[in-house]
Design a protein around this ligand. Structure first.
Ligand code: ATP
Ligand code: MG
Length: 276
């Protein structure tokens, strides 16, 4: 499984054009979207991540599963710069070393994270929430005075179509269902057009129908960007039907399709149990 450090992989093209002008150049010419190797994080001597390896292709939609405490959220904390690892490597593409970067620097590279609970502005309309997300960098004043370019409006319309909330633009976010709030927050993240989207337990608290729509949404969003989704809901993971990584005690236990994972004896023993 070890692929060697990404800096040893020579770029295929020396002068590949920069695809996205507002983020620094991320070299994905060898299809490396995210590269994690030997990652160890300890809390008071307890190893939340223990030599963890993960290789995600550019544009892939990867599912991450594992029992409570397996280290899934800790992994996202490290990728986003919230937690400093004891050791290990994390590369975004094959050229950007994320270790040592701050949360802000990492966000500015085009890495966005969706926490479990929706954090939308409840008293603002759906449209205002998206406008605020889009204008975060320029400050709230521009948003309040409605200083929008036609590009901004195009972007907002595009995002509204993706998240399926076009008919709710004037509704206060607080009046949306739990699932719709989650989609709105995903939409707010999308307004910055991230290249890597990390999503922690999106289906929690959703109705079956909402979870199914969320699976479809994430499938649609992958390809143009890399997505890593953590989820306990196996029906949701099955409906995404992509490559699954099983974590156990801070390590990678197994990887493969849901069908392969379901047959893996060590996975059955420690996680899935007989009900799956
Ligand atoms: N800041 C912290 N300080 C101390 N221990 C922590 C901290 N963050 C996480 N842990 C511990 O590290 C282990 C892994 O936690 P983590 O939140 O990554 O698990 P998880 O796989 O996301 O679990 P869940 O499915 O319940 O969300 C747990 O035992 C947790 O108690
Ligand atoms: Mg967690």
């Amino acid at each position: 499984m070890r692929r060697g450090p990404p800096e040893l992989l020579k770029p295929l093209l020396k002068f590949e054009s920069i695809k996205n002008d507002h983020f620094p150049y991320v070299d994905v010419s060898h299809s490396v979207g995210l590269y994690v190797e030997g990652l160890t994080v300890t809390f008071d001597g307890f190893r939340a991540l223990d030599g963890f390896n993960l290789y995600v292709d550019d544009g892939e939609l990867r599912c991450l599963i594992g029992a409570n405490g397996a280290g899934k959220t800790t992994l996202m904390d490290v990728i986003t710069g919230r937690t400093k690892p004891d050791s290990g490597e994390v590369y975004f593409g094959q050229n950007i070393n994320l270790i040592g970067k701050t949360e802000t620097e990492i966000a500015q590279l085009g890495i966005a994270r969706k926490f479990q609970n929706p954090t939308v502005f409840e008293h603002q309309t759906v449209l205002s929430n998206l406008e605020l997300a889009l204008h975060g960098k320029r400050g709230i004043f521009d948003t309040l005075v409605g200083d929008f370019s036609s590009d901004d409006l195009d972007r907002i319309n595009e995002v509204l179509a993706i998240i399926g909330l076009k008919d709710r633009i004037k509704s206060p976010a607080g009046s949306l269902s739990h699932g719709q709030k989650q989609w709105l927050e995903i939409g707010m993240l999308l307004s910055a057009n991230p290249r890597l989207l990390l999503v922690d337990e999106p289906a929690a608290g959703m109705t079956r129908g909402e979870a199914e729509r969320t699976a479809e949404l994430l499938k649609d969003l992958a390809g143009d960007r890399t997505i890593i989704v953590i989820e306990h809901d196996m029906e949701f993971i099955r409906s995404i039907a992509n490559k699954v990584t099983v974590m156990h005690q801070g390590q990678m236990l197994a990887e493969g399709s849901m069908t392969e994972i379901k047959k893996n004896p060590s996975v059955l023993e420690v996680y899935l149990g007989e009900e799956y």
